[in-house]
Design a protein around this ligand. Sequence first.
Ligand code: AMP
Length: 465
Amino acid sequence: MIGKLFGKKKTPATHGDSASTERKSGGKSPASNKSGKSAKPGHQKSGNQQKTARSNHRKRKAKPAAPQWTIDQFPVPEMEGKTRFHDFDLDDRLMHGIADLGFEYCSPIQAGVLPQTLQGQDAIGKAQTGTGKTAAFLVTIIQDLLSNPITDERYAGEPRALVIAPTRELVVQIGDDAKNLTKHAGLNVATLIGGMDYNKQLNQLKGELVDIVVATPGRLLDFQSRRDLFLDQVEILVIDEADRMLDMGFIPQVRRIVRSTPNKDHRQTLLFSATFTPEVLSLTEQWTYQPFSLEIEPESVATDTVDQKVYIVAADEKLALLKNIIKLPEAKSVIVFANRRDQTRKLYEGLRKDGVKCGILSGEIPQNKRSQTLARFKEGGIQVLVATDVAGRGIHVDGISHVVNYTLPEDPEDYVHRIGRTGRAGATGTSISFACEDDAFLLAPLEEMLGNKLPCEQPPVELLS
Ligand code: AMP
């Protein structure tokens, strides 16, 4: 990032609290890296660790051979009012990844933040999932790491970029996107999430030098406290879904993590949040340095490409209605949301009894099972996924035809998140919300937030039989 810092001092990085504690332990420090930051006074490693690090250095993935691929293989015509990834002079190895994913034109958040973030400026983005924010920060990271390679010795467990996100599903999704985008870049990505085998995840850090770490806060701190991960070489820090981190009580952990990275005027920080509450704004003030700020309105995310229906039903008609919706030929890939875990469990069991290929994502399902279910859903092996809001927030699957709100969400923001699971990546989708005597009162605050009335109707008779 050196050389393109935006108004930042180019003095050596200073270290946060935990780094200065480590410094006291004595030991040998390796030479400074090429990024111009200080030698690693914070990292006092044992002889063994140094050996591992050196052997890792040898094991570093060979730079991909002279690229066969050229940008000519990815022609995208200029279009009025649209920004292309070609317009940013990105490294060909990154453009190759973008081409493989078929991203031709930038989404509004990408077109809005990339001109600033590619210059090294901090940014705060008010944006929800579905806006393309993940690619916005990943392109920033990858371009930065590629244009500032470190040729000096590096150590195991020292990422150059760190992304933290509140849920395991979101971390897995960001990690997958990062692996896709770095496919031709020779950069290594590690994902660290709770509920999965620690040692298996540790192998990602021991086998190769790691460039980008994507993690949930708790598991990241586990790795740090066991001295398997060091954050004082982080050049870019991304905090995703900051509002959800607050809701889930993760802020004290995130604070500890942020403190272990270089100071804010020595790193680039990008922070995303679906809402800008006073608490979120206070965190952005503490963690970012002269940030550029951008808001992407939720309406342009979800509602434009989603046909929203509300069916007024009696509570005891809901199950039959759901089963008939699932049988519709156009209902190829369906997510059913319910507010509580026990409701998702009951629905899942009811649908399975009927022979529906169905899966469940809720907090009571172990993480590895959830990941398998999500993978099967993506592959089309599962037609219907039943989920709670927290578990469902991490579902980033294109081609979902229907979202069914079996119960209306209590928090209107969750409605936007739910229906945003369909109508993604330029496709159109349908959302059907069931409103019954128990929860119809939740429609008014929902309509108020959306700024428009939702069309309420009786379901067609054939769907009730
Ligand atoms: P996100 O908001 O990051 O979850 O992204 C939403 C979806 O849009 C993901 O499936 C991405 O793969 C896709 N996407 C992101 N950027 C672009 C782009 N520029 N063109 C087409 N699809 C995109």
